[in-house]
Design a protein around this ligand. Structure first.
Ligand code: NSS
Length: 431
């Protein structure tokens, strides 16, 4: 038997060769005594044509086959300028693996319905494109992390406490105790820097957030980095270099895929080259007030405020120097202004807003205990974490990037849920 090839392998230069393809019926159309079947596989699509005079049996099967049926097709490659990509397969054999009479997803399907049948929605070429881009972005991240001496670690998901506030913890029974699903690997990464110095992890993170926005999932993929001996400004350099590499490399690896979503509108992606603009929280508030947004110094910026701010930029940018009381307990107080912390978020342009949250960490035992108490939490719940400040404490910094948010911006998606295989939101746990 001849070897199976993929759709992408069928090129005009293969003219006259016999090939065997396996995949799903993407499109079908009959013209006179010909049936055109566009076959889909993981690499793309290829036109096949069944002529009655070539094989009556194959032609009859092709006439009957339904959209999204799984088939194996054999035939001869023919260069043809009229065919998409200038090539097609003159088919003389079809093996029907499973015939589909009616595929539930039709052109006019609503977004809600597509999510209800997400397991079938994955057949879509546009969905596959997003999955490929997400994979390419992590491939790029791994390349950069490896080239720059970061160690990958694998933190736990079952945890005993909050990192980003108790209100959004998913709680579960752990034998006779209570456990939670991790919101962030940060505290465990902080522990790991005492042996590996520069560490990273990719984990699912969970937030029991009821907020129904375009940028919240209850389960998302979190890329987190933590490094000893780095201050806030050092870690911002890491952030912009990593994100820039992820974006530029993805444009190399998956240009066609990115263009399927953005066409030639890739200016902001091209602009993602260090140094990214940096503005202080104070400046951001001035800009917002100047634009008539109702916000006072000390208030947190939500998605709406961030959207307005992103209109000022055509590349990702940082907002640094947030007020202490709106940020997490582990952030280091700004030594020059005790109302603030050494924290910065990275915001994506075009309305997307926050894609990274990062900071220098509080490395003093006493100060950290004080902050934990101020936040109404119990220091004894953070015993092991406090120990890190008692046994060889070092200045250190880190950040977390929401992979779906980055992909949503890169592909200009209208919601982060499209950037994940099976989205989890307050109303969606199935399929
Ligand atoms: O809450 S964060 O801003 N920060 C942390 O969790 C730190 N503990 C990370 C660290 O320093 N190691 O979340 C970080 C990023 C944020 O910028 C978003 O891009 C993403 O994680 N994120 C989310 N993505 C999708 N859905 C939800 N609900 C979500 N929450 C955060």
């Amino acid at each position: 038997m001849i070897d199976k090839v993929y759709c992408v392998d069928v090129i005009p230069e293969m003219e006259g060769k016999r090939v065997r393809l396996a995949g799903w019926v993407y499109r079908k159309r009959e013209v006179g005594r010909k049936v055109f079947i566009v076959l889909r596989d993981s690499t793309g699509i290829i036109q096949t044509v069944f002529k009655k005079e070539l094989s009556k049996e194959a032609y009859t099967k092709a006439k009957k086959i339904g959209i999204e049926s799984s088939v194996i097709i054999e035939g001869i490659v023919k260069a043809d300028p009229r065919a998409p990509d200038g090539v097609e397969v003159q088919a003389d054999r079809m093996e029907v693996i499973q015939n589909v009479d009616f595929f539930p997803i039709t052109k006019d399907a609503s977004e809600e319905f597509l999510l209800d049948v997400r397991h079938l929605h994955l057949h879509s070429l546009k969905v596959a494109t997003i999955l490929k881009v997400k994979g390419a972005m992590m491939q790029a991240a791994r390349e950069w992390l490896l080239q720059n001496g970061w160690y990958e670690v694998f933190p736990p998901i079952l945890v005993t406490g909050a990192v980003e506030g108790g209100a959004t913890l998913f709680k579960l029974k752990y034998f006779d105790k209570t456990a939670y699903l991790s919101q962030s690997a940060q505290l465990y990464l902080e522990a790991a820097i005492f042996s590996l110095e520069k560490v990273w992890s990719l984990t699912p993170s969970f937030r029991a957030e009821k907020s129904r926005t375009r940028r919240h999932l209850t389960e998302f993929w979190h890329l987190e980095l933590e490094a000893a001996w780095m201050n806030l400004w050092d870690i911002l350099k890491v952030e912009e270099e990593l994100v820039s590499y992820m974006v530029q490399r993805t444009l190399e690896l998956r240009k066609k895929e990115v263009e399927l979503y953005r066409r030639d509108d890739i200016k902001t992606l091209k602009n993602a080259i260090p140094p990214f603009p940096r503005i202080s929280y104070d400046e951001a508030i001035d800009v917002l007030q100047g634009k008539g947004v109702q916000i006072e110094w000390g208030e947190d910026m939500g998605a709406d405020e961030e959207r307005v701010l992103t209109q000022e930029f055509e590349a990702p940018f940082f907002v640094y120097g947030y007020p202490k009381h709106i940020k997490a307990f582990y952030m280091k107080e700004d030594p020059s202004d005790s109302r603030k912390v050494l924290a910065a978020d990275m915001l994506a342009p075009e309305g997307y807003g926050e894609i990274i949250g990062g900071s220098q960490r509080e490395d003093s035992y006493e100060k950290l205990v004080e902050r934990i108490k101020e936040e109404g939490m119990k220091p004894e719940d953070y015993g092991w974490y406090l120990d890190l400040r008692r046994y060889g404490s070092v200045p250190h910094s880190g950040f977390g990037l929401g992979l779906e948010r980055l992909v949503a911006w890169v592909l200009k998606l209208d919601h982060v849920r499209w950037a994940t295989l099976f989205p989890r939101t307050p109303s969606r746990l199935y399929p």
